[in-house]
Design a protein around this ligand. Structure first.
Ligand code: PLP
Ligand code: LYS
Length: 473
């Protein structure tokens, strides 16, 4: 049914200067110091722990007003709370003092992010030469890096060897001889083998990697995991140090991890029985769920640690195995809750069938998750207080697809109008890292906030960036 447009708030919005074209390219790395204002109400999860709502409707993150940051750097804008990232990394280290915690760079990576997790004592899980190069160029120690990938190129394997990354996870039979052939004299490459335990977990079928019938890993049950292990052990230039599995993403229950542990420990026992080798490491991957909506569950690192380490010990005892060193690879759980996306409303449209759409200046090019997985988000008006009643409003993006909806059925003030700012929490993971160049809108700027100061980490992408890649016509 065609929608009848009965009211459009026109784009005669008085946008702040910084919001006009090319904003967020910023004036260099100019830091703004926000004057501290009276804040009274913590917003609570899924907002960063530092988020405060002022009586005037402003939201401060780590003491920086999101509206001020939007005015200063332009919109759409991604704001990252550095202390939240660090606190989350610390929580994992505290919960798992004897395990190795690797931040999964695919959730979001830039040099500052690499610095923060390195300084908090985490390692890094990368899955491309791009992530590997960025991290090492930022100074991340290669020995603390693990390389993943179901389709690593020969160049990626060579680069990983040359940089001497700590571990490589084997995810295909052909990779075994390929990697073995890259031997560096007397320095065997430490490798793990990615296995599929046959466990369904994760927020969407597209991210469930612990089940049979998908592209990752070697199946344990009736599959070729045993063969991959034998072939790897036969290579003198490879040192098989353990088994790896990754079940899926946005998992909020403990049981799938415990079930996976059982199956992996059983396989460790089979390796010992068959090859006389006790593998010293067991990598349970990532996938730890966070809150996107206030009512969501999240996987608590401390509860995870207690349950998993307890079960690991018990299962190893039952099999007469020494307890292997645990590795975990959280990505989303470290960075998602630290990010807030800030958008400017460009129009508010009421349709004849009673729907209201608030169109913003970002969309599926900076956050493809709602369109890809039907992911739900919280959203709030920022920068002014409204006493209007709440209305049900779809927050839509600016791209040329009806499916470009950022938040379905958001509860927002009925007087929402063009020029208003909207903020979306839990925006730190798998948004910018999956952002695209659709409609040549350009990817947003990224700002870090800490102790009342904001600093530009990544400038806004401009059409000149797109044009710079064109070398012919
Ligand atoms: C192998 C591997 N490790 C870790 C992660 C990180 O997942 P998450 O960000 O859900 O913790 C992923 C992505 O799901 C992955 O594929
Ligand atoms: N991109 C997915 C997570 C996939 C993680 C990669 N293994 C999401 O946003 O939920």
């Amino acid at each position: 049914m065609p929608e009848t447009q009965v009211a459009i708030v026109p784009a005669d919005v008085d946008l702040p200067e910084a919001d006009r074209p090319d904003t967020g390219t910023g004036t260099g790395t100019g830091a703004v110091t926000a004057p501290r204002r009276q804040a009274d109400q913590p917003l609570g999860s899924p907002w960063p722990a530092s988020a405060q709502l002022t009586p005037g409707g402003e939201v401060l993150v780590s003491g920086v007003g999101l509206d001020e940051a939007a005015d200063r750097f332009g919109t759409p804008l991604y704001v990252l709370d550095e202390a939240e990232v660090r606190a989350r990394a610390q929580a994992y280290r505290r919960a798992l003092p004897h395990a190795e915690v690797l931040y999964a760079a695919k959730a979001f990576l830039c040099s500052a992010m690499a610095d923060w997790v390195a300084e908090e004592g985490l390692g890094l899980d990368v899955c491309s030469a791009g992530e590997l190069r960025l991290a090492t160029a930022a100074g991340f120690p290669a020995q603390r890096i693990l390389l993943h990938g179901n389709a690593k190129t020969p160049e990626e394997l060579r680069l990983a060897r040359r940089l001497r990354v700590g571990r490589i996870v084997i995810d295909g039979m052909a990779e075994i001889p390929r990697l073995a052939a890259l031997a560096i004299a007397d320095v065997p490459q430490r490798v793990l083998i990615r296995v599929v335990p046959g466990i369904a977990a994760g927020h969407h079928s597209a991210v469930r990697t612990g089940v049979d019938g998908q592209k990752f890993g070697f199946r344990i049950a009736g599959g070729d995991a045993a063969e991959a292990i034998s072939r790897t052990l036969a290579q003198s230039s490879l040192e098989l140090v353990g088994l790896h599995c990754h079940l899926g993403s946005q998992i909020t229950e403990l049981e799938p991890y415990l079930d996976a542990l059982d199956r992996l420990v059983e396989l460790l026992a089979q390796v010992r029985d068959r090859h006389g080798r006790q593998l010293p490491e067991l990598d349970l991957g990532g996938g730890h769920g966070v809150r996107y909506l206030p009512q969501d569950r999240e996987l608590d690192p401390a509860e995870f640690a207690t349950a998993v380490t307890g079960r690991l010990k018990a299962r190893c005892e039952a099999h007469g195995l020494a307890v292997p060193r645990l590795i975990v690879e959280p990505g989303r759980a470290i960075v998602a809750p630290a990010g807030v996306a800030v958008y400017r409303v460009l129009s508010v449209k009421h349709t004849a069938d009673g729907r209201t759409f608030a169109a913003v200046d970002g969309g599926m090019s900076d956050n493809p998750r709602p369109a890809l997985y039907g992911s739900a988000y919280d959203v709030r008006l920022i920068g002014r207080a409204s006493h209007a009643p709440t209305a049900v409003i779809d927050v839509v993006g600016r791209h040329c697809e009806a499916g470009d909806v950022l938040v379905h059925d958001a509860q927002l003030p009925a007087d929402l109008r063009a020029g208003d700012l909207l903020a979306v929490p839990a925006a730190g993971a798998y948004q910018l890292s999956m952002a695209s160049g659709y409609n040549l809108v350009g990817r947003p700027a990224v700002v870090a906030v800490r102790d009342g100061r904001a600093r530009l980490l990544i400038r806004r992408e401009t059409v000149e960036d797109f044009r710079a890649r064109e070398v012919g016509r």
